[in-house]
Design a protein around this ligand. Structure first.
Ligand SMILES: *Cc1c(COP(=O)(O)O)cnc(C)c1O
Length: 373
């Protein structure tokens, strides 16, 4: 038995729907599964429009391009995120400006973001890290005060909620990733969600090479080919049929881990702020100070328990060394050093969680993983 961090669960109608694509020859970027996937995703998220793309990174690029982001503009992003968040800003020729993290949730700290606003700031891209929604109340206030837009990076947060509204519906636009390790997957895939009819039109235009809808081969804007295939959408429809089950399992697993680990060690367990529903894409803990994470991961791997370190702070990457950050983002750096994500796949049972938790506690308390004082 291997305890995988985030294996895809394809046990529903995925194979049948893919077979339908092959037999009908609708394998490219038109077809009934695409329409149904977008409709289901929009309904689930609670928005009018979902625009499916071939991956999450381009969904974010598409959203920012459709917002008109360009050279000379600045966008505030968290430093503690997957690199795609910052890259999408850069693809538009704009500058990512890196905010620090809230120590409790790891999400963007609104006070840090506030310190980074300049006359060139156009927007904020908060990331619901590992499935925990950001402090949208404070971010909305900040955005309103300075006339900024917000685009949610909800790549890790399908099923998460903030004050009863789903991630992806909490701002002018949101985006999801359906990469193979995400809670809902299409292999590679993504989507932009929005309530704004004009923005949705622009998103569709730019997704399809900027071609005027009623005039073939007339390209009114510099667009992209960011379309999703019907094949990927077929997997997506089957996944969306079971989205509640997939999200519920993540939350149940988090509960099992929590009851095994709470009060038993110096690990810091993930919190859930009272106004949110955490989607627990991954159940992530902070190791105690002074524990060697590499050794802990090796010990766990020797017992078939796969784990994942947190992201490195994006502002430390070579291509972003010249971009502003809030004082070097000390909290993001500390979380990045100590964070570890546990197996969160949907096949893991209560007894698997107990096994993993026990293995983790043993690995952390082993004397030889502690650095010499
Ligand atoms: C997965 C992810 C993305 C998009 O990734 P793709 O692999 O391109 O689908 C963007 N932002 C975050 C925070 C992610 O975790």
């Amino acid at each position: 038995m291997r305890y995988q961090v985030a294996a895809p669960d394809l046990s529903g109608n995925e194979a049948a729907y893919v077979k339908d694509c092959l037999e009908s020859t609708w394998i490219s970027s038109q077809g009934r599964f695409l329409d149904e996937f977008e409709a289901r995703l929009a309904r689930y998220t609670g928005v009018k429009h979902a625009v499916a793309t071939c991956n999450g990174t381009v969904a974010l690029h598409l959203a920012l391009a459709a917002m008109g982001l360009g050279a000379g503009d600045e966008v505030i992003v968290p430093s503690l995120t997957f690199i795609a968040t910052a890259n999408a800003v850069r693809y538009c020729g704009a500058t990512p400006v890196f905010a620090d993290s809230d120590p409790e949730t790891g999400c963007i700290d609104p006070e840090s973001a506030a310190r980074l606003v300049t006359p060139r700031t156009k927007g904020i891209v908060p990331v619901h890290l590992y499935g925990h929604p950001c402090d949208m109340d404070a971010l909305d206030l900040l955005a309103e005060r300075h006339g900024l837009w917000i685009v949610e990076d909800a790549a890790e947060a399908i099923g998460a909620e903030h004050r009863g509204r789903r991630a992806g519906s909490l701002a002018r636009a949101g985006m999801f990733s359906f990469f193979g390790n995400k809670t809902v997957t299409t292999g590679e895939g993504g989507a932009v969600t929005t309530d704004d009819d004009q923005l949705a039109k622009r998103l569709k235009l730019l997704r399809g090479q900027g071609m005027t809808p009623d005039r073939r081969y007339w390209h009114e804007a510099l667009g992209f080919n960011y379309r999703m295939t019907n094949l990927a959408a077929a997997i997506g429809v089957a996944q969306m049929e079971r989205v509640d089950e997939l999200v519920d399992h993540r939350r149940r697993l988090a509960g099992w881990y929590h009851s095994e680990l709470a009060g038993r060690s110096l690990l810091t367990l993930p919190g859930e702020r009272p106004e949110v529903k955490h989607a627990y894409w991954m159940y992530s803990v902070l190791l105690p100070e002074g524990v060697d994470r590499v050794k802990v991961m090796q010990r766990l791997a020797s017992r078939d328990v796969e784990t994942r370190p947190y992201f490195y702070p994006a502002h430390e990457m070579p291509m972003y060394l010249d971009c502003p950050s809030d004082g070097g983002c000390p909290t993001a750096c500390e979380l990045s050093r100590r964070g570890l994500s546990l197996p969160s796949s949907s096949y893991l049972s209560k007894s698997d969680a107990a096994f993993v938790a026990e293995a983790l506690l043993e690995s952390v308390s082993e004397r030889r993983v502690r650095r010499a004082a």
